[in-house]
Design a protein around this ligand. Sequence first.
Ligand SMILES: NC(=O)c1ccc[n+]([C@@H]2O[C@H](COP(=O)([O-])OP(=O)(O)OC[C@H]3O[C@@H](n4cnc5c(N)ncnc54)[C@H](OP(=O)(O)O)[C@@H]3O)[C@@H](O)[C@H]2O)c1
Length: 332
Amino acid sequence: MDNPSYQALLIEETTPGQFSRQVTARQVADLPQGDLLIRVHYSSLNYKDALSASGNRGVTRQYPHVPGIDAAGEIVASRSPEFKQGDRVIASGFDIGMNTPGGFGQFIRVPAGWVVHCPRNLSLRESMIYGTAGFTAAQSVERLVIFPVPPEAGKILVTGASGGVGSVAVALLSQLGYRVSAVSGKPAAGKFLLHLGATEVISRQQAAESSEKLLLKEKWAGVVDTVGGEILANAIKSTSYGGAVTCCGNVASPELILSVYPFILRGVSLLGIDSAKCPIHKRKTVWQKLGGEWRLEKLDALVTECGLAELSGFIDEMLQGRLTGRLIVNLL
Ligand SMILES: NC(=O)c1ccc[n+]([C@@H]2O[C@H](COP(=O)([O-])OP(=O)(O)OC[C@H]3O[C@@H](n4cnc5c(N)ncnc54)[C@H](OP(=O)(O)O)[C@@H]3O)[C@@H](O)[C@H]2O)c1
């Protein structure tokens, strides 16, 4: 192929510590070397993208940069025997959108080891409604299922419930027959969460109430936490004997101040979740599940769609914790 230009949301450091976001023309020839050139059809907005797009050097070391840890599209050129031109694929995690130009551009070039085929019964658009957030929710739920925390064990608490990971977790757990208590800081999200299948909605304020106690009343058979900090500490202190808590995020705080008592007196387990370095064989299994037996009936209820031009405004909303559900970006 020749060297077409394409549109991308470019983040630049205009003055030290100040970052701009602009939709700009880029050249395919300037993309890094890699096995697969992919024409991106859809991307999605994840919290890590919002950090990268606002100059967070813990996520992205060097600017100018095109974020987007998720991309779903079609192979344009392949140097890998596993993929051929025209294949529908999902590229997510690893270094995409962090220090490698990501899905907020119409083309990416990446190693074949970062890419999976899109499950047959998912459209590229649908795959991005899940995106990394949905994939992480599925990993969290899978850990509880395998642990096992069965539906009859009791209620599951989901924190940051109206966000990307949280909303997919609520919908998935409910579809699998669990009773879900959803924590949200958005009073207006109550209806949305009940529609996704939550059986009750708890205010963030209530979930974050600080307590000197080392253990609290046992309430949860399991927890999917996406926020960290005091809310996670309270959730662990309130997990029932033998229960399990997954931990994937830190929007509230990266800190976790606790005693060992939930672990040594109640046998509670804390399960860490990482999607970025999740090995490719595991990645394929989770995506097949999301397209098959765990396919969400309420997938469409989760999604807002935008183009590159509107993306910057949504990034600001995410940084303020105001987004509900999943935002996908149409790059067609
Ligand atoms: N480990 C991994 O591989 C992995 C993968 C994906 C995401 N993550 C992490 O998971 C977290 C959630 O990601 P996401 O994509 O779901 O983000 P998101 O869509 O922005 O959702 C986060 C939600 O957390 C709640 N929230 C926001 N600020 C808060 C605060 N100060 N205190 C308590 N709750 C707050 C809000 O929900 P309510 O208004 O409903 O409370 C918000 O919608 C992030 O930390 C992200 O980095 C990790």
